[in-house]
Design a protein around this ligand. Structure first.
Ligand code: NZQ
Ligand code: ZN
Length: 388
């Protein structure tokens, strides 16, 4: 394995009724709060009222940034930055899924920065500081509740870009699996695909001698495969929801499961180009892209794909060659995604071939992507074509 440094400062508060601890967690950060949330799911579920009660309990003055879009927009982030400056906000509280948390992070890093917050997404400036933020997670998927990443869409320019910073890690995240009972089946499936994809990006690596990290990855994958279908069938199954939640948080929390390993992240880069233009759910895009990426790259390291087929899918050798084993594992991945209702082709989500060239071009805007196999524009285009 490679040398590494690992530092994750986020405190997790996991379990039922976590929201009752909110006031005590926020109190040290002052009383001028920006509450960030999405299109209304937290009002419907009653969570909004519970949050307000906690914040009122510590005498907080609360500003609201509501209506954060799935695939959150730069324009919304800028509204949040204005609100914070106008009201001298001391703490940002995100209540929602990855989009809400990512928007809150972008607001947090944007407030003390004199330039345009989009600079961070375009790698034109380095993040030096941020307002502190905390989260209450309502959807198991991105891991944003325990990492320093944020993905923002500049809709006018059809660009979806990300930044990552130690300053953007939440101070705390409240993870109550009951808050995910209302997540609909399709979003639950998208979340499961996203969680598995985060693991894939780390697991399919050329780094050698990483047996512990590989088993961390395989155990998360197995746990998602066992629990996602249960949560889809029985949305209020607490055990399934808590397992998915923990998987999501561990799958992408600053690289804990893959310390010392080179990561890939090409499939995420390709997916972000699709949702940048077509505004589809991130997990749906990954469901389309990932098995096709696997087929395109597996020859770089067949042994890892054989191990994946055996350990994650329990596929037995019988008289299969290494290559056949690898393909069987990839096919099992596709079959699983399909079984939980996630899409398999661009056509399934109403996308044709018209923008493939532009997407391929934008995916490599900052140079070739991926490390398992470095992909240039032609490679990305070929993968996108196989997604049609
Ligand atoms: O807006 P509301 O009304 O809250 O509804 C949301 C939204 O429509 C709904 N939802 C959330 N919790 C719910 C609920 N509905 C009912 N009950 C609940 N408890 O679900 C919809 C999708 O929410 P969203 O936050 O967009 O989903 P997700 O968590 O998958 O986040 C996706 C975004 O995160 C980015 C993606 O690119 C995308 O923009 N990512 C962020 C990452 C990170 N920060 O580390 C990594 C990921 O790879 C990803 O790129
Ligand atoms: Zn993702």
């Amino acid at each position: 394995m490679n040398s590494f440094r690992f530092h994750n400062p986020t405190k997790l508060i996991f379990g039922r009724h976590g929201v009752e601890q909110l006031g005590a967690q926020v109190a040290p950060y002052g009383t001028s709060i920006l509450l960030v949330y999405g299109g209304g799911s937290i009002r419907k579920s009653g969570l909004y009222d519970k949050v307000m009660e906690q914040l009122k309990g510590i005498g907080a003055a609360v500003q609201e940034l509501s209506g954060v879009e799935p695939n959150p927009r730069l324009t919304t982030v800028k509204r949040g930055i204005e609100l914070c400056r106008e009201h001298n906000v001391t703490f940002i509280l995100a209540v929602g899924g990855g989009s809400v948390i990512d928007a809150a992070k972008a607001v947090a890093v944007g407030v003390p920065y004199e330039g345009d917050v989009w600079d961070f997404c375009m790698h034109r400036a380095e993040i030096q500081e941020a307002l502190p933020l905390g989260t209450i997670l309502t959807l198991s998927a991105t891991g944003s509740e325990m990492n320093g990443n944020s993905v923002i869409t500049n809709w006018e320019e059809k660009q979806k870009r990300s930044f990552g910073s130690i300053h953007a890690y939440p101070q705390f995240s409240i993870l109550d699996p009951e808050l995910t009972f209302t997540v609909p089946a399709n979003q639950t499936a998208n979340g499961a695909v996203d969680i598995m994809s985060h693991v894939f990006e780390q697991y399919f690596s050329l780094t050698t001698n990483t047996p512990l990290q590989e088993r961390f990855c395989e155990s998360i994958l197995r746990t998602v495969v066992e629990n996602a279908p249960v949560a889809i069938k029985e949305p209020q199954n607490y055990e399934a929801r808590e397992n998915l939640m923990l998987c999501g948080t561990y799958a992408l929390n600053g690289g804990m499961i893959s310390v010392g390993m080179q990561n890939d992240w090409a499939s995420h880069g390709i997916e972000h180009e699709i949702s940048a233009i077509y505004d589809i759910a991130h997990g749906a895009g990954l469901s389309i892209v990932f098995p096709n990426w696997m087929r395109y790259v597996y020859k770089e390291r067949v042994d890892r794909f054989v191990q994946y087929a055996e350990r994650v899918w329990g596929i037995e050798r019988e008289d299969r060659s290494d290559e056949d084993m690898a393909i069987a594992g990839i096919e099992a991945t596709r079959a699983f995604f399909t079984s939980i209702g996630a899409p398999a082709t661009l056509k399934d989500v109403g996308i044709g071939a018209e923008s493939l060239d532009r997407m391929a071009e934008e995916a490599v805007r900052f140079g070739p992507i991926g490390s398992f196999k470095k992909l240039d524009k032609q490679d990305v285009k070929a993968i996108l074509e196989s997604c049609l």
